[in-house]
Write a protein that binds this ligand. Structure first.
Ligand SMILES: [Zn+2]
Ligand SMILES: [Zn+2]
Length: 249
């Protein structure tokens, strides 16, 4: 009853267009096919089907490529207006997509900056990580910490991001309590600087196995093309725009 009233007062919004959703799923009738179609998109960088893509670097898992307008709209909503229902929905998709090793001791995430937590009212990676952990029957850890006074990743270039991220995050060994395997979750892989720095911090703190997973993934080749500023036939729509988009950390 109470949840029904809450739903009437604060109706769930579609994860892509913000419209009225279908029952029990944070997507509207118009966007549902678009959303699940994201899972089957060819790689926007090399044009290969996802299973044959040679760009997917870093060995991490992800739900969809960060390229199409629908994928960008979805990540923007995850960052700006993620609801508990949407977090649970995303977590279920993540758990269903985990391949290979599926048993972990803890789920970790890069903490959102304090500034953005107070701006948006939540930490999107933490929210989704908590639902993932619940589904897997384990706990989350806030062992990854963000150092104060460091520049926000989104304000930097790719090479600056890598340098900055290494100093930005560290893992608290005590909080990890000597666990050996951690699932590291983040909402988006842009340059990979954040997730790689967090993975390194966990390894420095003694975690032997770290599996990384993001909702969206920006393939590497696309970035190189953008850097060289060479026109890519048929890809005019995505070059540049992909990288100028800097979701809030
Ligand atoms: Zn929609
Ligand atoms: Zn590819």
């Amino acid at each position: 009853m109470v949840s029904r009233i809450i739903k009437l007062l604060f109706p769930e919004k579609c994860l892509i267009c913000g419209g009225v959703t279908l029952e029990d799923i944070p997507l509207c009738a118009n966007c549902i096919d678009k959303f699940f179609g994201l899972f089957y998109e060819d790689c926007p960088a090399c044009g290969q089907p996802r299973d044959d893509c040679a760009c997917a670097c870093g060995g991490g898992g992800f739900l969809f490529y960060f390229s199409s307008p629908a994928s960008k709209a979805c990540i923007a909503r995850v960052k700006r207006s993620l609801t508990k229902e949407a977090a649970a929905f995303m977590a279920e998709l993540v758990c269903g997509s985990l391949s290979g090793r599926k048993s972990f001791d803890l789920v970790a995430y890069p903490p959102r900056s304090k500034k953005n937590v107070s701006k948006y009212g939540f930490d999107q990676a933490k929210e989704i990580a908590e639902h993932i952990a619940k589904n897997l029957g384990i706990k989350t850890t806030s062992a990854i910490k963000r150092r104060k006074g460091k520049t926000e990743q989104k304000l930097l270039s790719a090479s600056q991001r890598r340098k900055n991220a290494l100093g930005l995050f560290y893992a608290d060994e005590k909080e990890l309590g000597g666990v050996s395997s951690v699932l590291l979750f983040d909402d988006i892989y842009t340059t990979g600087a954040t997730i790689k720095a967090c993975e390194a911090s966990l390894r420095r703190a003694g975690v032997k196995q770290v599996k990384t997973f993001t909702l969206a993934y920006t393939p590497r080749k696309l970035k190189r093309r953008n850097k060289n500023k060479k026109a890519v036939p048929g890809a005019a729509k995505m070059t540049g725009r992909v990288f100028r988009y800097s979701p809030g950390g």
